[in-house]
Every structure is written in C-alpha cells, then in structure tokens.
Design a protein around this ligand. Sequence first.
Ligand SMILES: Cc1cc2nc3c(=O)[nH]c(=O)nc-3n(C[C@H](O)[C@H](O)[C@H](O)COP(=O)(O)O)c2cc1C
Length: 235
Amino acid sequence: MRSAIENRVSRRKFEKEPITGLEKENIISLINQLNEASDLTMEFVEDGSGAFGKLRKSYGLFTNVRSLILMKGRKDDKDLKEKIGYYGEELVLAITDLGLGTCWVGGTFDKDELTIDSGEELVCVVVAGKVADPSLKEKIVRSATHRKVKSIEERIISDRPLPQWMQNGMKAVLLAPSAKNTQKVIFKHENNILSAQIADDYSMDLIDLGIAKKHFEIAAGGRFELGNGGIFHLK
Ligand SMILES: Cc1cc2nc3c(=O)[nH]c(=O)nc-3n(C[C@H](O)[C@H](O)[C@H](O)COP(=O)(O)O)c2cc1C
C-alpha cells in the first residue's frame, strides 16, 4: 500500500516554524498540475492563520495554523465537491510524503477571513505544516473524533467474495479521512459491477465520496466515473 495512506492522520497542532521555500514550491507546483487536470482553482495561502485565530470558530482545536490550501473551484461546477475530495486527497498524500502534517477542515474555521473570486466557491480548506510527535491534546481530540475504523464488511455490499485487488482497494478506503469520521461512503459490488455512493445528507458527504474513490484507485488501480453511484472500470 502507498506509504502515505498508512502514515497519514489528521494533525491539528503545528510547530511555529513555517514550511521551507522548497516545500512551498513543491506544494504549489502540484496544486498547479492538479488544477490543470481538474479545472479546480485550489490555491496555496502562506499565512491563513487569521481564519483560525478566533476561538469561537475554531473551537480551540487547532494550534499554530499558518499555511493552508483553499479548496475551491467554479460555483457552477456540478461535481465541485467530489472533485475537491478526489484531487485534494492526492495533494494531502503528497504533502504527507514531504513529511508535513495535514488536516481537512470543513467547518471549524472562519470563512470570512479568506478571500476568493466571485464565481468561485470555497468548499473547505486543508491546513499543512511542520509537526512534532502528537501532543497529549491532539491524542485526546483524535480519540474523541476518531473512535473507530469500520470493517471492510461494513463498507462494501457484495454478492460474491471480493477478489484480492478489490480487498486491497477497500483496505485503502478504510484509512481515508472523512468529515466527523463518519466513514459513510458505501461500495456496491453486484453482478460484477462495482460502484461507490454516499447518502448525501450532509454538506461534506460528496467530498468524502471523492476521497474514498481516490484511496480505492491508488491501491487497486482503475478509475471510477464521476458522480454519486459512479461505476468503476478496471481500465
Ligand atoms: C471533508 C472533511 C472535513 C473535515 N472537517 C474537519 C473540521 O472542520 N475540523 C476538524 O478538526 N477535523 C475535520 N476533519 C478531519 C476528520 O475529523 C478526520 O479525517 C477523521 O476524524 C478521521 O481521522 P484521521 O484523518 O486522523 O484518519 C475533516 C475531514 C474531512 C474529510
């Protein structure tokens, strides 16, 4: 399995030291590539600390946030949220490979502190920065928000035993981040057709759908069609 999938956990406490110029260049260059492939307009912000400054919105869960990525795209992009999840998770895993910590943040930040163009929608942010070993406070937040990882059987409905490649894909899905750790994306494998869906009754659900599809594809190969219920093709 790709090591970043196994190594990644959400990090909420960062060192005061900012990321290096080289790390920043790496991140920006990947953002440019991903924007080109996806038609998104994700944007690196060197100092987004203002959006995490007020205890009221951030619930005090984050410490020393500085660099972040605005996860955004065209308002009229009908697949905006799913694409943010799909391409954004590629970015999160690449930042993990740089040895930096990350966290997807959908709710606990102050949107008004961040500027975007009219015509764009800011779906969420990803914070990124230097991290030390997890602190006690982080461990407490983590155990409160990350109570358990569901099993493969809870995440896929199948009318036959899963072939090895599909088990590999599902193992990577189990390690995917999800809003409030709800792990709601469900895979279906019926009559030899594999698809991925989510209830879509919460504003972050379609982001989670994109993230889960990305994890599956990294481990198993192949490609899902866009959309809730999108069908998988092994190429
Ligand atoms: C779309 C999305 C939105 C999230 N929003 C927040 C948030 O607002 N605040 C926060 O502390 N964590 C947020 N998280 C992080 C999740 O709580 C975390 O991914 C989940 O608990 C699983 O833990 P792990 O990422 O360490 O595996 C978000 C994750 C996702 C995927």
